[in-house]
Write a protein that binds this ligand. Structure first.
Ligand code: ATP
Ligand code: MG
Length: 405
């Protein structure tokens, strides 16, 4: 039997005052509604700086699973809401204890009263409720220091909430409260994790993927779509910009020295990403680079690649080890998709001995000598961008929004 009818949500309170706080809360409510789209009867509302979710008869477990993915929630608790009636409060508290999967040996009751008209004080409530539990459950003891379960009671004007378990939330900030970045998304393990870290900090993301059909297959592109869709379960809608990159790559391969192919290619990617970022009003680019992981991820290489653009490039994984990145990828659900064996455009053009210390001056010369018509090539790649809109768990809505640019 389902005993709970409400979930109480606790938000990160640090450093949030005044206007920021109310924006944070409104955005969080919006994001909770988005992640609970499959449960239309659920109602999310705010009362006196708290967020409550009225279940209206919905199963609680699937909702708990969804809430664990909403950034900006520090923790939440299933709750029973009753009237201002001590008997109902006692019964609800006992029901929560009886409903626990692991029977507790010890408990504690604490109370807060914001409704001063309630005839019992916040010291008296635990006393009455604790006594009732002791009388109705054999073998259980009170432990005020380290109880197996703490029953929290909140007496508010609109009702009394009785809570048991505290479930940890995802932390961070609500997505949409901290600006927007353009995520460079490959089909690998790292960049989806980098995107997840940005979402965790409340940053909205759009993704850009460079696709080199037919060197890379339709399925490689599908993999990136799938990864984006997994990220939407953490971040709501995400727009994926797929850039046709074949012509540029072919030209680079034809005209540039082999040991610098990757560096030149990355510089082109950056240039295109910056223009797209400007069009979508993103104020930074994010990548999945991690220092020293491969030849193109040395400081020299990043410096040389970075030179061609003005926008900041954020690299949330820079100091992480591969094993740590993999752990996160598994936790957030992208790993299984990332390891599917589809070629990406970099592996196909990766030379045997890439230069690990490419200097900016050398690259400028190489690019000038290549005779490539940079402006024309970039313009035509941008012209050919396909924009795919992805939403959480809904069927993929493939739309080519040429009017977008
Ligand atoms: P990942 O696991 O994210 O693919 P990686 O370890 O394979 O990273 P690289 O291939 O050197 O590293 O790529 C470094 C970063 O450049 C990636 O994390 C990603 O942000 C970006 N990137 C690489 N290839 C592409 C691509 N085809 N489209 C968009 N971004 C890309
Ligand atoms: Mg890669």
């Amino acid at each position: 039997m389902m005993i709970y009818d409400t979930i109480l949500v606790r938000l990160g309170e640090l450093a949030l005052k005044g206007k920021n706080r109310s924006q944070f809360e409104s955005r969080l409510i919006h994001n909770i509604n988005t992640c609970l789209f499959a449960f239309p009867q659920v109602r999310v509302h705010k009362t006196y700086g708290r967020i409550y979710i009225d279940l209206n008869g919905c199963e609680i477990e699937p909702i708990i699973e969804q809430l664990k993915k909403v950034f900006g929630i520090v923790s939440f608790s299933p709750a029973i809401r009753v009237a201002h009636d001590m008997n109902q409060i006692k019964e609800a508290a006992l029901a929560i204890i009886n409903d626990l999967e692991r029977p507790p040996a010890t408990f504690k009751v604490s109370a807060r009263r914001t409704d001063r008209t309630f005839p019992f004080s916040s010291q008296e409530i635990p006393h009455h409720v604790g006594g009732y539990i002791l009388a109705h459950r054999e073998g259980i003891k009170v432990d005020v220091h380290q109880p197996d379960i703490e029953i929290k009671i909140e007496v508010r004007e609109e009702g009394v909430y009785i809570m048991g378990n505290v479930i940890p939330g995802a932390g961070g900030f609500p997505v949409g409260t901290n600006g927007k970045v353009l995520l460079m998304l490959s089909g690998g393990i790292d960049s989806p994790v980098a995107g997840w870290f940005m979402l965790k900090k409340g940053v909205r993301i759009e993704a850009i993927h460079f696709h080199s059909y037919p060197f890379t297959s339709e399925r490689a592109k599908q993999k990136v779509i799938d990864l984006t869709r997994i990220l939407t379960t953490w971040g709501g809608r995400i727009r994926l910009h797929v850039v046709p990159f074949t012509e540029i790559q072919t030209e680079i391969k034809r005209t540039c020295p082999e040991d610098l192919l990757v560096t030149v290619m990355r510089r082109y990617m950056m240039r295109i990403a910056e223009r797209v970022a400007e069009q979508i009003e993103a104020t930074a680019i994010a990548t999945g680079e991690s220092l020293g992981q491969v030849a193109s991820q040395t400081l020299d290489s990043m410096n040389t690649i970075n030179r061609v653009i003005q926008l900041p490039v954020l690299r949330p994984l820079i100091a992480m080890d591969k094993t740590e990145i993999i752990e996160v990828a598994q936790k957030i659900g992208t790993f299984e998709t990332s390891i599917l064996p589809y070629e990406d455009c970099c592996t196909i053009f990766t030379p045997k001995n890439p230069r690990t210390k490419p200097k900016p001056k050398v690259l400028e010369k190489v690019e000038a000598k290549s005779g490539m018509d940079m402006e024309q090539l970039i313009a035509s790649a941008i012209e050919g961008i396909e924009v795919i809109e992805l939403k959480p768990q809904k069927p993929i809505d493939k739309t080519i929004l040429n009017s977008w640019f």
